[in-house]
Design a binder for this molecule. Structure first.
Ligand SMILES: C=C(O[C@@H]1C=C(C(=O)O)C=C[C@H]1O)C(=O)O
Length: 407
């Protein structure tokens, strides 16, 4: 349910200045913000909430057209440390229509105060981004990560799991003069086909990312989509995705994700899905195998399919493992750090159009802290995994987001 009202908004500022000020309006009063750019889209969008308390929700969002409009930010494990968030859309700004903002009834009632605070904001470039209260996560050395991979392979050999996706965090100092909005801009330019996001919220911190993976989407034609994205190799100069060759290990790793998605449809007793793939797709300097799934919602008697699938899908074996619970137990026991919002999911729901939802897996991302960034990457392990290669794959995946940490 969008229910937003359009109002003209301060036309004598440039669009980037208007964006910076709207973000400042939220951050200076301790409120959350989400800024995102959809794959292939030209303009980014911004969501601000003024009722912060109602943003901390227990469940994944409902995706029906009648559900609240806002931005979901969900952790890998839902816990008190990393609360699931749904930012209600009190204020929506589309950078493609910079002359107006859209406001909820709550924000409309407070418009004079918001306008006044907006114009009283100092002209500062520094923004008070939210910082997570959690300690910085443990980071694994190459030896430690390779030991984790070896433990994963041993668990597969022992028949505890068939696939598990191990991951690690890396701490990198922020370059002098680093600015999150400029970094967001750069991510948009570098990765036109990614879902690019910058989310900052109390109790959550600030996260930047450019993910290639759709978790659950309902488009404006009422088509539900999800994808199996797994299997990775570097995109080398002169290489065409369509002619890429894949190792058995990648095909197997991918197939387990695709089978898992089919099983989710089966659990709901839905047979009428369309499956295309796998084909090779590029994501930054990487290639992945992707199978796309689609369901025409008008043609099936499942009005809550999006919501139901979202709840079954997360976390998929692209970031968790197969079977799900033993794989998650393995990660809890062996991974040795807190993934927080890495490999969780995020995206707009009913915002701005009611009935349209776009949720992505939070990959190729980093968490911003005052002096440093925490970067995250993982790799799917199968019985054929070699520890040194899996380390190398995390290094490659880290490059997507570390590209913005230059001087
Ligand atoms: C886990 C990540 O990526 C996932 C794992 C992949 C793999 O193991 O091949 C490929 C794409 C993603 O589904 C990551 O980017 O950190």
């Amino acid at each position: 349910m969008s229910g937003l009202q359009r109002i003209p908004w301060n036309p004598n500022l440039t669009t980037p200045d208007r964006l910076r000020r709207l973000v400042a309006l939220a951050l200076t009063s301790g409120k959350p913000v989400a800024l995102w750019r959809l794959p292939g889209a030209v303009h980014a969008r911004l969501c601000l909430s003024i009722k912060t308390d109602s943003a901390y929700v227990g469940l994944p969002p409902a995706l029906e057209a009648t559900a609240p409009a806002g931005f979901a930010f969900f952790p890998f494990w839902d816990s008190d440390h990393n609360p699931p968030l749904f930012l209600p859309a009190d204020l929506f700004f589309d950078l493609g229509h910079p002359e107006e903002i859209q406001v909820s009834a709550t924000a409309a009632a407070r418009l004079p105060e918001l306008r006044q605070r907006f114009s009283a904001l100092p002209d500062t470039q520094e923004l008070p981004w939210h910082v997570s209260q959690q300690p910085a996560p443990a980071t694994a050395s190459q030896t430690e990560y390779e030991a984790l991979v070896a433990a994963g392979v041993a668990a597969i050999e022992a028949g505890v799991v068939r696939k598990v996706v191990s991951s690690r965090a890396v701490r990198k100092p922020l370059p002098a003069g680093f600015d999150a909005l400029t970094a967001f801009e750069e991510l948009q330019e570098r990765y036109p086909n990614a879902f690019v996001s910058l989310v900052s919220a109390p109790g959550v911190g600030t996260w930047l990312g450019a993910t290639p993976e759709v978790l659950a989407e309902i488009d404006d034609q009422q088509v539900f989509r999800t994808m199996a994205l797994a299997g990775t190799q570097p995109l080398l100069p002169g290489m065409k995705p369509a002619t890429a060759r894949w190792a058995h290990k990648d095909l197997e790793e991918h197939a387990m994700v695709a089978r898992y998605i089919v099983n989710c449809f089966k659990q709901l007793r839905l047979r009428e899905y369309d499956e295309q793939g796998p084909r090779t797709v590029a994501a930054g300097q990487l290639l992945h195998l992707r199978t796309d799934f689609a369901v025409h919602l008008a043609q099936v008697p499942f009005p809550t399919l999006g919501t139901d699938m979202l709840r079954l899908l997360h976390p998929t074996p692209a970031v968790g493992g197969v079977p799900k619970q033993p794989a998650l137990d393995f990660l809890r026991r062996h991974e040795g750090y807190d993934r927080a919002y890495y490999a969780g999911f995020l995206g707009p729901v009913n915002l701005p159009e009611a009935g349209v939802a776009r949720l992505y897996v939070n990959l190729r991302c980093l968490q911003l802290r005052p002096q440093e960034a925490i970067l995250y990457a993982g790799t799917g392990l199968t019985i054929d995994s070699e520890p040194a290669r899996e380390w190398q794959e995390t290094e490659l995946k880290l490059r997507t987001i570390s590209a913005i940490l230059h001087d």
